[in-house]
Design a protein around this ligand. Structure first.
Ligand code: HEC
Ligand code: HEC
Length: 493
């Protein structure tokens, strides 16, 4: 049940600022009434102080962890072979016609937490929790139409040991610190959109460098009539930007291993459809049975908002106090160029993450109705008024070479490009790399290619002792202690 604690709420013109009081300990685990509200009711209740941010977080945790069934709309409607692409959520086939799951293209779990549940894979036994990473068995298979399990495809050259696969194979990252990442991305998007405006009003031939927070995304060239060319982007946009609006291309999308999604809510919407065949009303409309499974309103806007609030308030990873060896390791990390992509810390201008609905990818200030103070979530305030986000990343994609490239047919992003893995928490998050192929940190470093080949080679050329120092430093980057514990029911004594 919800308790009536007085939430701490501050309203400034237009938006309300949400703060985090200690979670009241409730004893009964029942379907959360907040999830059944309209979004308007939910924001009114927040505005009037009738519910607190932690109550919404708790409701979001329920969305994240409660096993879904067909009563709630789990599953797609009947298979429709004419649907294109045949891999799109909506009318997918099920494995051996079992009616429920497919596994090799979504329909692969009953709850988000089935895949995001390991807080530390470094400790024995592993530390489990809500919002963590997944092991290899929790990998998602994204968008394939064929898997060469018996290795028959290359009959001309004989079986070659490669079970070819024309989709993506992806290992689940954690949600920790996502609010800080989202705010960085939104501020960077705002910067790039300003540069786009500048470029549009510049004279033909002008080159406008695209940069934000010290990260460079190539440049725009102004053509006749204020048209800007998108031919010189770096690490942002799509495989093919032709015919796309520049506003939509110049959006920093930090979520997903290839940078597909601009916000955690954006990710959550697709995750619902892909993993569970759950179609949020904000995607298909109210009272609409989009997949023909007999259920409408499978996930309300209020439930998605609760999930969003839960997701962006996951606490950030932590860094252990560095000893002398770690200090030396950090220096080497910087000297050999690792920090060029794995930027140790990025700083936001504001400490408040905007909560908006509907979100407009290229305009982070649109439809904002609440702000979450990231200092309350666990980020350290910066003197400039923002927060430090010690992510060891740059929110940019890089070409990593043919060794790591995927073989996806439909992905809108080049197969060899991945967003720089954020190394915060890296000690605890094995396996590594996008598909979990590297079982330890050293193997992950050795697999770097193309744009990262130089720094990989510098690593290989280090004295053994210096390689050990660098890895020792990385092992000081830990996931948070007991994330979200305050939201979990106390165990009955
Ligand atoms: C079958 C396993 C699985 C399930 C179930 C699952 N995820 Fe994920 N999750 C993944 C994988 C794999 C990725 C990386 C996807 C990629 O590479 O694009 C991911 C990525 C994410 C990310 C982006 C994290 C980042 O830092 O890039 C978020 C947020 C997320 N999932 C939330 C959810 C939510 C919310 C649900 C439930 C609606 C969910 N996930 C269900 C496997 C899963
Ligand atoms: C050109 C940019 C770039 C440089 C330079 C670079 N990396 Fe990376 N790093 C990446 C990208 C991109 C990934 C994700 C690749 C993937 O998922 O397959 C990654 C992944 C990793 C991972 C795996 C993390 C995880 O959670 O899966 C580790 C560890 C790592 N890098 C360490 C290093 C070290 C140490 C150096 C310096 C020797 C370095 N990187 C240099 C871009 C870079």
């Amino acid at each position: 049940m919800l308790s009536n604690i007085r939430p701490t709420w501050v309203c400034i013109p237009f938006v309300c600022l949400l703060t985090l009081p200690a979670m009241p300990q409730s004893r009964v685990f029942v379907p959360d009434p907040l999830l059944h509200m309209t979004l308007g009711d939910l924001s009114d209740s927040l505005n009037s102080g009738a519910v607190s941010l932690n109550q919404v977080r708790r409701a979001g945790l329920e969305v994240f962890t409660r096993p879904l069934t067909t009563v709630q709309g789990y599953g797609d409607g009947p298979f429709r072979p004419s649907e294109s692409p045949p891999t799109a959520p909506g009318n997918r086939p099920t494995l051996q016609g079992n009616g429920t799951s497919l596994r090799v293209n979504g329909l692969d779990a009953q709850s988000c937490n089935e895949c995001h549940s390991i807080v530390s894979h470094d400790t024995v036994p592993p530390k489990l929790g809500i919002g963590g990473v997944g092991g290899l068995a929790q990998n998602a298979f994204i968008g394939p139409t064929q898997v060469d399990v018996s290795d028959d495809w290359h009959t001309a050259s004989g079986r070659d040991g490669s079970a070819d696969f024309n989709g993506r194979f992806s290992n689940p990252p954690f949600l920790f610190g996502g609010g800080g990442v989202e705010l960085l991305a939104k501020e960077m998007t705002a910067d790039l959109q300003d540069l786009l405006k500048q470029a549009r009003s510049a004279s033909p031939g002008t080159i406008t460098a695209l940069h934000s927070k010290g990260v460079h995304f190539g440049f725009l060239r102004t053509e006749e009539g204020g048209v800007v060319s998108l031919d010189h982007l770096d690490g942002i946009g799509f495989k093919d930007n032709d015919g796309k609006r520049a506003e939509d291309v110049l959006v920093v999308r930090p979520f997903g291993r290839k940078g597909e999604k601009f916000s955690m809510r954006d990710f959550g919407r697709d995750a619902m459809a892909f993993h569970f065949g759950i179609q949020p009303t904000e995607v298909v409309g109210r009272n609409t049975d989009g997949d023909g499974d007999g259920i409408a309103n499978e996930m309300s806007e209020a439930a998605m908002t609760a999930l969003q609030v839960f997701s962006v308030t996951n606490p950030p990873p932590i860094m252990e106090t560095m000893d002398q060896e770690a200090d030396a390791g950090f220096r080497i990390f910087t000297e050999i160029g690792c920090s060029g992509c794995h930027r140790p810390v990025m700083t936001t201008r504001s400490r408040y993450l905007p909560i908006a609905h509907p979100e407009v990818p290229h305009d982070p200030s649109a439809n904002v109705y609440a702000l979450i103070d990231l200092v309350d979530v666990g980020f350290a305030p910066a003197p400039t008024g923002g927060v430090y986000v010690p992510l060891f990343g740059d929110l940019k994609r890089h070409a990593m070479g043919p060794g790591l490239a995927e073989n996806s047919l439909h992905d809108p992003i080049p197969n060899d490009e991945f967003t720089t893995a954020r190394l915060w928490g890296v000690r605890d998050t094995a396996p590594y790399l996008h598909d979990g192929r590297a079982l330890d940190i050293r193997s992950a470093i050795l697999a770097h290619g193309d744009k990262a080949a130089k720094s990989r080679d510098l690593f290989l050329n280090l004295k053994q002792q210096d390689q050990v120092r660098l890895i020792h430093f990385l092992r000081g980057l830990r996931t948070p202690d007991d994330p979200n514990a305050e939201l979990v029911e106390p165990v009955a004594e």
